[in-house]
Design a protein around this ligand. Structure first.
Ligand code: SAM
Length: 277
């Protein structure tokens, strides 16, 4: 049986509103490029419809939003959890009715968007939240909507940022999204050259993507057994368990009753699956 790996960051350093606000207050923002990210600029330049509804989660200083507005896009929403940053953005974009600046938690946000731009937001989240990210992205996108942007294709000693790999992203996003593009980015900024994947994932609107709280798993061996059992259920297309085993993402063709899921894991009484979020 594999050892359970403690997620150092989520245990020792909560990546919450206070943490992120402190980074802006102390200007410890090493991730900030000071300009629109070149791969995103190139991507934006390919888009013709100026009324596309954009969301930029974990937007930071959002040079991407500035660029979108300069190019005449009329419907840009940015959201970030850090109050100091959002105050600055409200001053920066004062009187511009084409941008909606939201202070809040991405995971609480409601709306419907055509394109969600990803730029060092996914990697800033505790890795235990990756299944929730997929679930929330799927929920916020309109039919055929897309996530476009950058994901790291490398590991880091400690995070944030937290790394990942193409293989991990394949397993995580498969079935919820169609992969229009996932390739090594050719025009990353120099310090990130060769270590980023440019992604364009299109929402698969034919499936249901649900996230369930889970209890009772303590090792990767049990995780694999439970995942295999749930994957074998009729209409289930993908099962992906969070790194701390507390949530499970289930993609299915049709609604799967909670009782069906519960029955499948009832072979061990310590396993509990709760109502979907
Ligand atoms: C590494 S920074 C990236 C900022 C920006 N995207 C950039 O590339 O410059 C991560 C950002 O995500 C924000 N953030 C973290 N958790 C969040 C959450 N749950 N909801 C909204 N924003 C969040 C942080 O405040 C921070 O601005």
């Amino acid at each position: 049986m594999d050892e359970l790996q403690c997620c150092v960051t989520s245990c020792e350093k909560p990546l919450d509103k206070v943490y992120w606000d402190n980074q802006y207050q102390s200007n410890t923002i090493g991730w900030d490029l000071g300009e629109v990210s070149p791969p995103l600029k190139n991507y934006i330049d390919t888009l013709k419809d100026k009324n596309i509804q954009f969301l930029i989660p974990g937007c930071g200083n959002t040079y991407e939003a500035k660029y979108l507005l300069e190019q005449g896009f009329t419907n840009v929403t940015v959201i970030d959890i850090a109050p100091t940053l959002i105050e600055n953005l409200k001053n920066k974009f004062e009187n511009n009715s084409n941008i909606n600046i939201v202070l809040g938690d991405f995971f609480e946000h409601q709306g419907e968007y055509d394109i969600i731009l990803e730029q060092t937001f996914f990697c800033a989240l505790p890795p235990t939240m990756r299944q929730k990210y997929v679930w929330k992205m799927h929920q916020l996108l309109a039919n055929k909507g897309k996530i476009a942007g950058l994901l790291f294709n490398r590991t880091f000693e400690s995070g944030p940022p937290f790394g990942g790999s193409q293989n991990e992203y394949n397993l995580l996003f498969q079935q919820s999204f169609d992969f229009l593009k996932m390739e090594i980015c050719q025009n990353s900024v120099t310090p990130r050259a060769g270590s980023e994947l440019f992604i364009e994932f299109q929402k698969n609107s034919e499936v249901l993507v649900n996230l369930y709280p889970f209890e009772g798993i303590t090792c990767n061996g049990c995780k694999n057994t439970v995942s295999d059992k749930l994957s074998a259920l009729e209409s289930v297309l993908n099962v992906n368990m969070s790194a701390n085993f507390s949530e499970v993402l289930i993609v299915s063709q049709n609604e799967v009753a909670l009782e069906t899921l519960q029955k499948e894991i009832a072979y061990d009484s310590k396993y509990k699956i709760g109502n979907k979020l």
